[in-house]
Design a protein. Structure first.
Length: 166
């Protein structure tokens, strides 16, 4: 339970489960089962969601828990994309999300998650327009992330031009 007083605050942190290693995508079906998910929507970019070397192991790992692949995220992270993802989630009767890819896909998947949990998308859109953020309900569908890359900001190179400037 989180509490805030004039003297400070208490934040109850419960870290997520992390699975790491070669072939970890093969455990997706079991991981989703542990969260009670029967039908997952995979939210991915146009490349990661269609490249067989990336989506293939995810499809195989999900097995019969794969509902559909929504391979429409882009670096722009548009609300329209999240709304389309939420509509696809509803269409297939999903009860969980697998976020596949880099930061943009993970961000869009989190927005899809908030939208499907909101129950009132028009209000969520209005809140976004006014505050620049989506409301996040307490009860959210399960989300499992399969990150595939580091952001460009996380990479660095050192060359002679950089050394001369600094």
């Amino acid at each position: 339970m989180d509490t805030i007083t004039d003297d400070g605050f208490r934040f109850d942190y419960r870290p997520a489960t992390i699975r790491y290693g070669a072939g970890a995508a093969g455990d997706l079906r079991d991981e989703l089962g542990a969260h009670g998910v029967e039908r997952a929507l995979v939210v991915a970019g146009t490349t990661t969601g269609t490249a067989s070397a990336v989506i293939g192991p995810v499809r195989d790992g999900l097995g019969d828990r794969l509902g559909d692949v929504f391979a429409e995220t882009t670096p722009e992270k548009r609300l329209d994309t999240a709304l389309a993802g939420a509509a696809r989630y509803d269409e297939i009767g999903a009860d969980g999300i697998v976020a596949l890819g880099g930061g943009s896909s993970l961000d869009v998947a989190k927005a899809v998650r908030a939208l499907v949990a909101s129950g009132d998308r028009e209000t969520a859109i209005s809140t976004f327009a006014e505050a620049g953020a989506l409301p996040v309900p307490d009860a959210l569908p399960p989300l499992v992330a399969v990150p595939t890359t580091l952001s460009r900001g996380g990479q660095s190179t050192v060359d002679n031009d950089w050394r001369e400037m600094n």
